[in-house]
Design a protein around this ligand. Structure first.
Ligand SMILES: Cc1cc2nc3c(=O)[nH]c(=O)nc-3n(C[C@H](O)[C@H](O)[C@H](O)COP(=O)(O)OP(=O)(O)OC[C@H]3O[C@@H](n4cnc5c(N)ncnc54)[C@H](O)[C@@H]3O)c2cc1C
Length: 368
């Protein structure tokens, strides 16, 4: 972003809405608010829009799931996501994708992917931002947020830094900075820090949809079988997933293990019931290392999940009891909104995390 453009935005200085985080949720919120004639500024410290969208779904973005329901989400308050998901549904997002004639297909279990590339989704969102006259500032970080004259009814001031620091003002401030997964893509704890600053409770964030790591005998067992994949029923804390597991040199990955990791807490056991036919190499090694009677209901204690380096999402986040489920606005600080992954709503693998980003962004976009 050139200094010239920054100076232009600085001349405007006052916006109705400032959104921090130009990912899936932030862009959707910006589009909806600007369509309602709000003057919107979208800020990101990254120099690219929607970096996670671009790498998602192996570069093809699994942008929604046609079977998406509230049962596919984990949160301390499982009812919180109902309102937003029912007001902006997977069909609503599909309509937008179809309006832009983006080719897509169902891979399995209702998971919709771009047929060409995830770039199609980012181009679509950028076009919608441009049509609605959203102002975008990339490569900028926010170093300070204050309430104007001590009253959030009046608004917020933001110190935004690039080559020199500028002050922006807004009536509504939306935090859409996502979770902690994949730090090399620009993930930060900014959203949690803002929530803390304004006295909002946080459900401790943890990596999820990342699979399991083991130590001791289990680790050596897995290391020797690395690369083997087969279908299982994996159960963790009474939630079961029938999908493949993939044995890695440190433990378990693959869709069943990723889903199970969403429900796992340190110290918990997981149960694995394999479906025939099982790879011979696995059966032979299992019989050497463990008792044959365990083969059909194998119980394991992971030492941890793989971690933020690999996690598709961060579970936990801003406590939903602090927010309105209709608008995502803070109950304590009027005018302050949290949307997307920074909120304690985490979806299953297969498109439900983007659907939450679209739905929560849309809901806030109607209210700011
Ligand atoms: C490898 C991978 C693959 C995935 N694949 C899928 C998939 O196929 N389907 C699916 O549903 N979900 C998928 N997900 C999850 C999905 O990407 C996220 O749930 C979704 O992107 C969350 O949207 P968000 O807008 O809340 O956050 P993000 O998309 O993470 O956006 C947050 C934005 O905030 C910016 N930001 C962060 N900190 C600051 C700061 N301090 N100042 C300014 N800006 C800041 C970031 O640069 C980023 O642009 C995947 C995740 C990963 C890591």
């Amino acid at each position: 972003m050139s200094n010239f453009v920054i100076e232009q935005y600085a001349a405007m200085k006052c916006f109705d809405v400032i959104i921090i985080g130009a990912g899936a949720a932030g862009m959707m919120c910006a589009i909806e608010a600007a369509k309602r004639q709000r003057r919107v500024l979208l800020i990101d410290h990254s120099t690219k829009l929607g970096r996670k969208i671009l790498i998602s779904g192996g570069g093809r973005c699994n942008f929604t799931n046609i079977h998406c329901s509230t049962d596919n989400y984990q949160s301390e308050n499982p009812h919180f996501c109902k309102s937003a998901l029912s007001r902006f549904t997977s069909q609503d997002f599909i309509h937008l994708v179809e309006k832009y004639k983006i080719p897509y297909h169902e891979k399995k279990l209702g998971q919709l992917f771009c047929t060409r590339s995830a770039h199609d989704i980012v181009h679509m969102l950028k076009s919608e931002c441009d049509r609605a006259s959203v102002k975008i500032l990339l490569g900028c970080s926010v170093s300070r947020i204050d309430i104007v004259d001590g009253s959030p009814q009046v608004g917020f001031t933001l110190k935004v830094g690039m080559t020199k620091e500028l002050i922006f003002q807004c009536r509504s401030l939306v935090i859409a900075t996502g979770g902690l997964s994949i730090p090399k893509l620009g993930a930060t704890n900014f959203g949690y820090k803002v929530a803390e600053k304004f006295g909002l409770n946080i459900i401790p964030p943890r990596p999820a949809l990342d699979g399991f790591v083991f130590t001791g005998k289990d680790e050596s067992f897995f290391r020797n079988l690395s690369g083997i994949s087969f279908k299982v029923k994996l159960t963790c804390n009474k939630k079961s997933f029938i999908e493949n597991i993939l044995i890695t040199h440190r433990g378990l990955s693959g869709p069943a293990a990723l889903q199970g990791s969403l429900y796992w807490n340190p110290g918990d056991e997981i149960k694995i019931e394999p479906f025939a036919p099982l790879p011979h190499r696995f059966v032979d090694s299992f019989l050497i290392n463990f008792c044959s009677e365990y083969l059909n209901h194998w119980k394991l204690k992971p030492s941890s999940t793989i971690g933020y380096r690999k996690a598709e999402v961060t579970k936990g986040g801003v406590d939903t009891n602090e927010l309105s489920s209709q608008t995502m606005e803070s109950q304590k600080v009027p005018g302050l909104y949290f949307i997307g992954e920074v909120v304690d709503v985490t979806g299953w693998l297969g498109g439900s995390n983007f659907q939450w980003a679209w739905s929560s962004g849309w809901a806030a976009g109607q209210a700011v």
